[in-house]
Write a protein that binds this ligand. Sequence first.
Ligand SMILES: *[C@@H]1O[C@H](CO)[C@@H](O)[C@H](O)[C@H]1NC(C)=O
Ligand SMILES: *[C@@H]1O[C@H](CO)[C@@H](O)[C@H](O)[C@H]1NC(C)=O
Ligand SMILES: *[C@@H]1O[C@H](CO)[C@@H](O)[C@H](O)[C@H]1NC(C)=O
Ligand SMILES: *[C@@H]1O[C@H](CO)[C@@H](O)[C@H](O)[C@H]1NC(C)=O
Ligand SMILES: *[C@@H]1O[C@H](CO)[C@@H](O)[C@H](O)[C@H]1NC(C)=O
Ligand SMILES: *[C@@H]1O[C@H](CO)[C@@H](O)[C@H](O)[C@H]1NC(C)=O
Length: 430
Amino acid sequence: MLTVLFLFACFVKAYSTATRIEWGHFTSAEQTAILQAHNAFRSKLALGTYKSAAGVKFAKATNMYQLKWDFNAADEAFDALVLCPMTPTTYKGQNFYKGINVSRTGCGTKACAAWTNEFHAFGPSGYVMTVNTKQATQMAWAKSHSVGCAWANCQNGADTVMLVICRYTPEGNTAGVKAYAQGAKTCAMCPPVAAPCVKATGLCGEPLPVPDYKLFPAADQTYFLSKFNSVRSQMALGELTWDNCSWHWATNDKPNETIYWPASKATYQLKWDAGLALSAGKKLASAKYFPDPTGNYALNASVGNFGYNTNVDEWIPRRDSEGTLQQMINAAWFTWYGCFGVLKMAYHAMADPKNGTQVYEDILYTYLAGSARKIGCAYRNDTGYWGILCYTWPKGLTVGSAFYPAGTPVCSSCPSTAPCNKATGLCVLK
Ligand SMILES: *[C@@H]1O[C@H](CO)[C@@H](O)[C@H](O)[C@H]1NC(C)=O
Ligand SMILES: *[C@@H]1O[C@H](CO)[C@@H](O)[C@H](O)[C@H]1NC(C)=O
Ligand SMILES: *[C@@H]1O[C@H](CO)[C@@H](O)[C@H](O)[C@H]1NC(C)=O
Ligand SMILES: *[C@@H]1O[C@H](CO)[C@@H](O)[C@H](O)[C@H]1NC(C)=O
Ligand SMILES: *[C@@H]1O[C@H](CO)[C@@H](O)[C@H](O)[C@H]1NC(C)=O
Ligand SMILES: *[C@@H]1O[C@H](CO)[C@@H](O)[C@H](O)[C@H]1NC(C)=O
C-alpha cells in the first residue's frame, strides 16, 4: 500500500509542482466573450485589416470559419487541467495560457489577447506555426470550426497561477501548413451551402437553418444556360415565331399566319451567376406548398416574387420522368417556354409581338428580358414534389416597356463592354 502511494506521489510530482486551488468551466457570458475574441481576430485576418506592431499587413484569408463553442472540447480542456500543468503537452489543436497572479475575472479573454499578441508582436512569419506564433496560428487556423475552453487556478510556490486551455476542432497547427488560405478575395473558399460567407465578418458562417435546396452542378448550369440563350438568340435574330400557340386552345385550331418577334438591337447572352443561384436557393428553402386554384401545388406568390426577376416552376407532383436534373430542367422549361414545347406568349396574350411591347408581366418570361445579363437557378427536390427557381439580373420586365429594343441591325446597340456575336445576335459580356 505504501509503495502504491509513493509511486502515485512520484507520478504527480513528475507532471506538476503546483496544487490546484479551484478550476472550472466558463460561464455562458465568458464563452461568448472568448468566441468574440477569437472571431474578431479571425475576421480582421479574413478582411485583410490585421496589422502587426511593425505595421505589416497580414494577407486576406479566403477560407476562415466562424468558430462556435464546443462543450465536449471544453470538457477535454477541463480534464487536461486536473494536475495544474505548468507547461502544455502540445500546441496541435490546443492553446495554453499561464498568467501569474492573474485574477479569475476575464481570464478567458486575457488568454485570447495573449495568444493574438503573438501575431501582433512577430508578424506574418507565423502563417506557418513557429515557436513564436504557435498559439496565434491555432487561433487563426481557418479550418477549425469550434473551440471549447476551461480554466484552473493553481498555487505554484509563492505565485497563484491562472491556467486556461482551449481545444480546437478540427485541430490546427499541422507542421508546415499555413494557418489559412490566402488570396485576393475574402470568403472565396467558403462552401456556399455548408458555410456561406458572412459578408460583414468575412468568415465562413453557420449554414442556413433550412438548407433544403440544392445548387446545379456546372454541367447542368451549362445545359440550362444553353436553353435560355438559344431562345434569346432566336428572338434577337428575329427568327422566333410568336403564333405557334395562337391556335384556339379549345378547338385545337391551327394558326393560319406566322408572326415573328422583331429583331433585337441589344439582347445580352445570359451568364450563370452563383450569387443569384444562392439567393434563389434561399428563397426556395423558405417556400411553402400552396394549392393554387387549379389544385396544383404552387409556390407561395410571396416566394415567387411575381413581376420581379424570377422564373419559377410550379410545384407539381413528381412524374417518373423527372428523376434526373436534366429531366427536371426539361420539365421546368416546358412550363416556362410554352405550350407543347413552343412559346406560349400568344396564348397568354401578354405581349404585342408586332412591336415587342409587353402588355402585362408574367414571371415565366423574365428570362427573355433583353437587358438581363445574369441568371442563377436553384432547385428543391422534396418527397413527391420538386421546384426550380431562377433569378435574373437586372430586372427585365416592366409593364408597358419592351422586352428588348426592337429593330435592326441586330445587335447594333450592344455596348463596347459586350460586343455583338453575329451568329447568335446576342451581346456577349467580355
Ligand atoms: C505574485 O503574488 C505574490 C504574492 O503577492 C508575490 O510574492 C509574487 O512575486 C507575485 N508574482 C509575480 C510574478 O508578480
Ligand atoms: C385563320 O383564318 C380564318 C379565315 O381567314 C380566320 O377566321 C381565323 O380567325 C384565323 N385564325 C387564326 C388563329 O388567326
Ligand atoms: C404566403 O406567404 C406569406 C409570407 O410568408 C404569408 O403571409 C401568406 O399567408 C402566404 N400565402 C399563402 C396563400 O399561403
Ligand atoms: C429527387 O428525388 C427523387 C425521389 O426521392 C429521386 O428519385 C431523384 O433521384 C432525386 N433527383 C435529384 C436530382 O436529386
Ligand atoms: C414555330 O413554328 C415554325 C414553323 O413550323 C417553326 O419553324 C419554329 O421553330 C416554331 N418556333 C418555335 C419556338 O418552336
Ligand atoms: C404596341 O402594342 C401595344 C399592345 O397592342 C399597344 O398598346 C401600343 O400602343 C403599341 N406601341 C406602339 C409604339 O405601337
